[in-house]
Ligand binder design. Structure first.
Ligand SMILES: [Ca+2]
Ligand SMILES: [Ca+2]
Ligand SMILES: [Ca+2]
Ligand SMILES: [Ca+2]
Length: 333
């Protein structure tokens, strides 16, 4: 319901003596930390198939999106509804597709990267490597999106101007080729379960690190697949735990399920209440498997700095959780 009809509904409820007016459902569920029930889909998305990006080089992949309906009639964009075409692309730290392949941070001309206005006078620089795709917001404003949705594995720099305290919101997407199923086609395996992970470092104008991804961040999943059965997904409060779901590849995954949850419209805003979200889970470089990815390994002095080591983060399941929202707030100095 829109704001006006909601106001009318509230007024009517009060007139009728119904004290507890019912707010819009997503809002109420987030505020009360009442678990939001997922919608389940089964099989591969067949409609709205759109190509976002095609990479024909090493490890060639086509990144598509599609739509699929759940039994309750809701339509879901998989693997995620993105702003890939509409939003500013984050500048390349390392991107083979654009021929940007510096040996290290010393070879990156940071001053040439435009500063995006997020309201304020202090300039910050964020360095992000995501498997596979991210969208980066500050105080609810989308500043930039990953230039490559799936492959090649790239990394990005975002310079922005804001003031402390400020909230960073990152949408992370583990891309897929079997849309709606969370499977990719990998080295001849037609239904392979791909994994995810995101690492970020934020520095101030004096090159001091003000934030690294770690277990203090919040992370919640909104799309979990493939699920061999719906029952392997355990929901307890706001915990969405797919650790009991099989991570095995399969010869035919077309009957597998997926769980989808609606994304709160204001999830990236500074005043969004993320107290019900789980803390991010950290993963080692080895577990994520970055040793053959120069978009990461050329910048270990950034991502693995001994005094401020950024951790790979994600929700509790690096394989099944394919759309994860992550948040942190950088306080005053
Ligand atoms: Ca990417
Ligand atoms: Ca992946
Ligand atoms: Ca690290
Ligand atoms: Ca996955």
């Amino acid at each position: 319901m829109n704001r006006q009809s909601f106001s009318i509904a509230v007024a009517t409820s009060v007139l009728l003596g119904v004290i507890a007016a019912t707010p819009p459902i997503a809002d109420a569920q987030e505020r009360d930390a009442t678990p939001v029930q997922p919608s389940f889909t089964q099989g591969e998305a067949q409609s709205g198939i759109t190509m976002l990006y095609q990479w024909k080089g090493n490890n060639p992949r086509t990144a598509n999106v599609g739509t699929i309906k759940s039994a309750d009639g809701a339509e879901w964009t998989v693997p995620a509804k993105t702003h890939f075409h509409a939003a500013t692309k984050a500048a390349d730290l390392y991107n083979e597709a654009n021929g940007v392949e510096p040996e290290g941070i010393a070879d990156v001309e940071l001053e040439a990267i435009p500063v995006i206005d997020a309201g304020g006078d202090e300039v910050f620089t964020a360095y992000v490597f995501g498997d596979n795709y991210f969208e980066f917001s500050v105080n609810g404003k989308l500043l930039a999106v990953d230039a490559v949705p799936m492959t090649p594995f790239n990394s990005s720099v975002i310079r922005f101007r804001t003031q402390r305290p400020f909230t960073i919101g990152i949408m992370g997407v583990d891309w897929e080729e079997r849309l709606g199923l969370g499977f990719e086609k990998f080295k001849g395996a037609p239904f392979h379960q791909g994994d995810a992970g995101l690492v970020a470092v934020v520095k101030d104008a004096a090159d001091e690190t003000v934030s690294v991804t770690d277990a203090n961040w919040k992370a919640q999943t909104f799309y979990t697949a493939p699920l061999k059965t719906k029952e392997c997904l355990v929901r307890k409060g706001t915990i969405r735990d797919s650790s009991k779901c099989s991570t095995e590849d399969t010869a035919d995954g077309t009957n597998y399920f997926a769980a989808h949850w609606p994304i709160p419209e204001n999830w990236a805003a500074s005043d969004f209440d993320d107290s019900g979200w789980p803390n991010a889970v950290t993963y080692t470089n080895d577990f994520v498997g970055v040793d053959n990815k120069p978009a990461y390994t050329n910048f270990t002095d950034l991502f693995d700095a001994p005094d401020s080591d950024a951790q790979f983060i994600w929700s509790s399941n690096l394989v099944h959780d394919n759309l994860v929202l992550m948040r942190t707030t950088i306080g005053n100095q």
